[in-house]
Write a protein that binds this ligand. Structure first.
Ligand code: UGY
Ligand code: MN
Length: 246
């Protein structure tokens, strides 16, 4: 029998592993007929927000960005996005970036469509315009080897441009592939696994993780990952960039 007093989720000062077994839904004004799980948020000490949204067929996400920019990526199913009236159908693997000060509507989902969102308070850089909205498709984005290792591939979804202060990337590891070093860096991460499994090292702790799990890594949380199993491990992750030190 399953023991309900156990969970794989862990929340610490420098990192969190959130597995779906601990989800409790949140009601977000303007996000209707959908299930919203706020997975990473400032309440845990993070400087970003990450949510997982599961939409009913009549679901819709309506709002206007104020201080925080928003990034939606379709994990499963399909929906339509309208950003300042510019409309596009989004299927799995497609995404939209919503800058600050924009109205957005995400609607007409297929039943059970799943989206991940990343939110970050935008920090404007003198001499650079606020970015415009942007639609994209991971299937059309280059997948080069990471640090010369063909077992690791990194896709960069947002432009490499100083006007952006956040990056969203997709990291693919073949089974046995691993980060070449234990990373120790000022940038923060939020991620969710899209596929596969492996072991994540976060500071001095080691966690088995798989599809559906999310991780938060605070600045300077030490990190390393190796993929296991029969299929590549894939995660989509957020990183704050281009704005430090203060
Ligand atoms: O971009 C990164 O810092 C990335 N290599 N980190 C990670 O996947 N944990
Ligand atoms: Mn990193």
């Amino acid at each position: 029998m399953e023991i309900s007093a156990l969970t794989r989720s862990v929340v610490k000062r420098t990192h969190a592993v959130i597995s779906p077994d601990g989800y409790i839904n949140s009601r977000v004004p303007g996000w209707d007929n959908c299930t919203v799980n706020v997975i990473i948020n400032e309440q845990m000490g993070a400087n970003l927000c990450q949510t997982l949204i599961t939409m009913n067929a009549n679901g819709q996400l309506v709002g206007k960005t104020i201080a925080s920019q928003l990034f939606f990526y379709v994990i499963e199913g399909q929906c339509t996005a309208a950003i300042r009236g510019e409309k596009q159908v989004l299927t799995a693997g497609q995404f939209v970036y919503v800058p600050i000060g924009y109205n957005y509507v995400v609607d007409k989902p297929t039943e059970g469509a799943k989206l991940v969102s990343f939110h970050k308070v935008y920090e404007k850089l003198d001499g650079f315009d606020v970015p415009s909205s942007l639609y994209g498709d991971a299937a059309t984005i280059d997948c080069p080897a990471y640090m010369g290792d063909p077992a690791l591939r990194l896709q960069v979804l947002l432009p490499d441009d100083l006007s952006f202060d956040m990056a969203v990337n997709i990291f693919t590891y073949d089974p046995g592939g691993h980060l070449p070093l234990v990373e120790t860096h000022v940038m923060e991460h939020g991620l969710i696994y899209l596929q596969g499994q492996g072991i994540y090292r976060l500071d001095q702790d080691w966690y088995p993780v798989n599809k559906g799990d999310s991780i938060w890594m605070a600045p300077y949380c030490q990190q390393w990952f190796t993929a296991m199993g029969k299929e590549p491990a894939v995660y989509i992750y957020y990183k704050n960039v281009n704005r430090f030190p203060t």
